[in-house]
Design a protein around this ligand. Sequence first.
Ligand code: F0G
Length: 471
Amino acid sequence: MSLELSAPPQSAPACADDGVWLECIACEEQFAPFDEIRYTCDSCDGLLEVRYADPPTFEDFGSGASTDGPDRGVWRYREALPFDLGVTLPEGDTPLHEASRIREEVGVEHLRIKHEGMNPTGAFKDRGMTVGVRVAQELGVGRLACASTGNTSAALAAYGARGGMETLVLLPKGKVAAGKIAQASLHDARILEVDGNFDSCLDIVQELAERGEVYLLNSLNPFRLEGQKTIGFEILEEHYADYGTYPDRIVLPVGNAGNTAALYKAFRELVAGGALDESEVPKLTGVQAEGAAPMVEAVQNGASEVRRWEDVETRATAIRIGNPVNAPKALPGIYNTGGTAVAVSDEEITDAQRALAGEGIGVEPASAASVAGLRKLRKSGDIAADESVVCLTTGHLLKDPDAAFEAGGDPEPVANDAEAVLDLISPGERSPLQAASRRVSRATESPALPALIGGGLALVYLGYRKLRSDS
Ligand code: F0G
């Protein structure tokens, strides 16, 4: 099974363990999955993929699996994963929201928002970690590690804690949103802040992994992507249940391009298993921030490789990445599904974040890139009005509270007094007369009015009596 969409199923090689093996996507060398720790090919350093002798069909999921297990979430898809259950919190089974106002504004047939920010640690990374940490247990490794723009570190810290393992995270100093560091901190990861960007953090962690010091759980680890491919299975199942069709397109933010690679793998496996026709595969459409868009540059040039960007900058810090390591898996995904890639400005990202928030869907900036990209590609005509589109939102609003405050309104100070609050929320009625009339009209609606009137009348009567007796 090459990276072609039409690749037929493969038979298991001698090195396979229960129908599962690792294969290099460049030179096709095959390896036993759990005998030794490896992240790339021994011969050519190409990326590795997990391969299965039995590609899945939709009937294999949930209660259709050959083993008992969860009916929802990542492990519903255990038949398409290397284990039946992992270190779980549990993860997956995220909402597929409607967003009718954005749908009407952009003008597409259907629009759904797959909100991966609703995972246990608030990002899609949990899907990868539940599998990755399970593999780490299988391999018997001690210390787990990752480089991260924030979300991977939060997920690694939580799943490592769950599995009772030591965790180490390398973060680009000053460029990680507060919520994410708070999570890594409380889940007790050892946090090292590197004076460099995400790509240099990843270079360091890869070197530590090669020296055998740590087990690498970035998306370079092929098992991480196995968990993340369940996003694709879930979207297809849910969309089909609601509309009787699969989405025409999935629009997603791109950083290291792990999700793009993982979704493409989900579709290839279903095509190989005969569950999905090639013509039914959604067009994978990647979105990057203008200040960190090496994948977009490659797609626009029709290139098969990306050029590493040394200087990257964007408010969407989660995708502030200049060297997407999964590009060799993700670019064929974009090309072979008829998708595309587009760059959006930070302002467009913030606008989209507000639009999603206006539908009750709270996301962090990187997530909103998908909706910003949809808007842009509709305007340019690259996405047609009759398409059914799913936008992936990858992380929760609370991950980046500073960005939320910047995009939203500011809290206003007010005195500890109802009148002061009213004066602020009804600014048209601030003259003394209007305020007095408002007080009267409120008093007339008050259940205390009869008592007040009665009390008033009594006072008038007593005053009258006093005047009479004095005279
Ligand atoms: N959206 C969010 C919220 C992310 O955290 C990331 C990646 C992406 C999108 C990009 O996904 O790498 O699969 O293309 N965050 C990583 C991290 C790099 O360290 O948390 P991708």
